[in-house]
Design a protein around this ligand. Sequence first.
Ligand code: PLP
Length: 442
Amino acid sequence: GPQQLDDTDGRIFPSLPPLLHGHSDIHLRNGVMNASRLAAAHEPDAEKAFFVADLSQVYRQHQRWKTCLPEIQPFYAVKCNPDPYVIRLLAALGAGFDCASNGEISSVLNIGGIDPSRIIFANPCKAVSFVRSAARMGVDMMTFDNADELYKIARAHPGAKLVVRILTDDSKSLCAFGIKFGAPLATVPGLLAKAQELRLDVVGVSFHVGSGCYDPSVYTDAIMRARKVFDMGVDAGYTFTLLDVGGGFEDALFEKAASFLTTAIDQYFPARDGIKIIAEPGRFYVSKAFKLAANIIARRAPLTGGAIARSESSDEPGVMYYINDGVYGAFNCILFDHQVIHPYVLSLNGSFHVPSSEPQMVSSVWGPTCDSIDCVSPKTMLPSGLRVGDWLGFDNMGAYTVCAASQFNGFEVSNVIYTTGGIGASEVYNALAGFAENGHGH
Ligand code: PLP
């Protein structure tokens, strides 16, 4: 089986599963082999789907961040993937955390060794009880975009450090937030006057260009708007010290986005002594770090005739595969995060060897529940030799997947196997181990 780091298993992280060495692809295979052994021993749920999380990938994204945006401290958006190892690693690397709820704040603080000042409660519409519990836990930084929020905060956490979330152009993003959050600039002077009246401390401005932003030039306009709000702050008697540029960073466009941001910040905030700049990246850190392996649990021919007349044209799927994770589980990202899924073959007719000459067939891939919305891929090319018991692999499964998975139809959420990866493994190990030691006793 996979070897383990001698001194991580059960000692430094007693509450967490063991951390493995080596590339995630090796552990996808090891997981598949292990499942075959369990199946041979008639273990229930032996062929369960599983994630492999390569923490060195998270580490490398952080290096990339520091190279391109050295002036901006990332506050990782916990909602994107609240994995305890990811949180620990990012904490060790000096990141802060964007929390959306009481539960997320607790899960970050429960890790130990993270000061509450490293948390921003970045949900502009919070329950009063959550504001009060943030105050109790020492979390002061929080966003708002409406007057009622100011009344609530004045009652429940009068010492809070407030950040006004403004509306920006989110039309170039996979997931737009503008219909739900963000104060239009015209409303900001009124909000700031109200905050003054309530003797609240507004410290800065935030925005979110939308998640999965595919046109990074929108950051330019967003920074320009933030500048205007800094000036409105001066008119209202505030001296803002925080600029929060939100999330939305796409892996493939990261360097471009960083360059637009840097240029815009230089243009609109040329003198920025005394201004701290933070961001709330989620997807950027975790998307590529998680892969999923799912087992083909059933196979059948598509419906023909009957109530559903199927086109006989050859580009219609000729075979339906049913796998043991679906849209009610990890693949909820299809519905909520607008993802398109591309499966690949991990094992073919029991073998890891998949010849490139293998004939392909138009196929569809379905989740395990009894609901027909549970379709992972309506049309994809897969080898015609695939059998029940074979495994499919899925890349880029770290963002907005596990976090929103349900147990609909009684299917458990897939487990995660952790690896320190290939490149950067020792850095990951040292960061985690060092943090665990420093973090203890807090
Ligand atoms: N910050 C806030 C307030 C969000 O709502 C989100 C996503 O929903 C994020 C940050 C993270 O966005 P992304 O994963 O696109 O970086």
